[in-house]
Design a protein around this ligand. Structure first.
Ligand code: GDP
Length: 193
């Protein structure tokens, strides 16, 4: 099967709502705590090892970074949240932008919340879940680093998250073993067709 995400490229980063491109097509927001494995997952999804490093470069950590999949679909990478002391400051930096984004953006189709499968639904993840439910945006919980758990415990983690976020379809992925990304692609495409 052809990987639709393969030609994804970084286009720009935005810190100001007014500088956002025209509100057309579909946008999928990628969120997660620092170290959740979001960059590795973005690289695995797009089969491009260098792509997600962009969002971590100094100067880009207060931006929403736009990755173009095709003319109709963008992946918007949010710098990692929830890291000890720096988290509050970071959140404040893009907090207002994010609030306005959720409020106004027609293109916003779904939010993927990346979480380490061993530590799902930390406080900052819940903030994102609530933001989604407040603005009626579907959220896709993606449990990363599934290679760290047995199949039995993967199933337990998936059920745990499913129970906590009713209506969600949590997925497990491993960027190390390149596992689960077909399912993730399909899940994303459900929200953009
Ligand atoms: P980010 O901060 O959310 O973008 O997380 P990274 O993608 O940079 O990953 C954080 C750490 O987790 C790094 O040390 C990665 O090597 C590790 N990691 C990421 N994905 C996986 C995975 O699927 N399996 C394992 N075992 N480690 C992973």
């Amino acid at each position: 099967m052809k990987n639709l995400f393969k030609n994804t490229e970084f286009v720009f980063g935005v810190t100001d709502y007014k500088k956002l491109p025209e509100d057309t097509g579909y946008e999928i927001l990628l969120a997660g705590r620092s170290n959740a494995g979001k960059s590795s997952a973005l690289n695995a999804l797009t089969e491009n090892k260098k792509l997600a490093r962009i969002s971590k470069t100094p100067g880009r950590t207060t931006e929403i970074n736009f990755f173009k999949v095709n003319d109709d679909l963008m992946l918007l990478d949010l710098p990692g949240y929830g890291f000890a002391k720096s988290s509050k400051a970071k959140k404040k930096d893009w907090g207002p932008l994010l609030g306005e984004y959720f409020q106004k953006r027609e293109a916003l189709a779904a939010v993927i919340i990346f979480m380490d499968i061993r530590h799902p639904l930390k406080e900052s993840d819940w903030e994102m879940v609530h933001l989604c439910s407040n603005f009626n945006v579907p959220c896709i919980p993606v449990l990363t680093k599934s290679d760290k758990l047995s199949n039995n415990n993967i199933a337990k983690a998936i059920n745990f998250v499913k129970d906590k976020i009713p209506g969600s379809v949590p997925l497990a992925v491993s960027s190390k073993d390149i596992n689960g990304f077909d399912k993730l692609s399909k899940q994303i495409l459900k929200f953009v067709e």
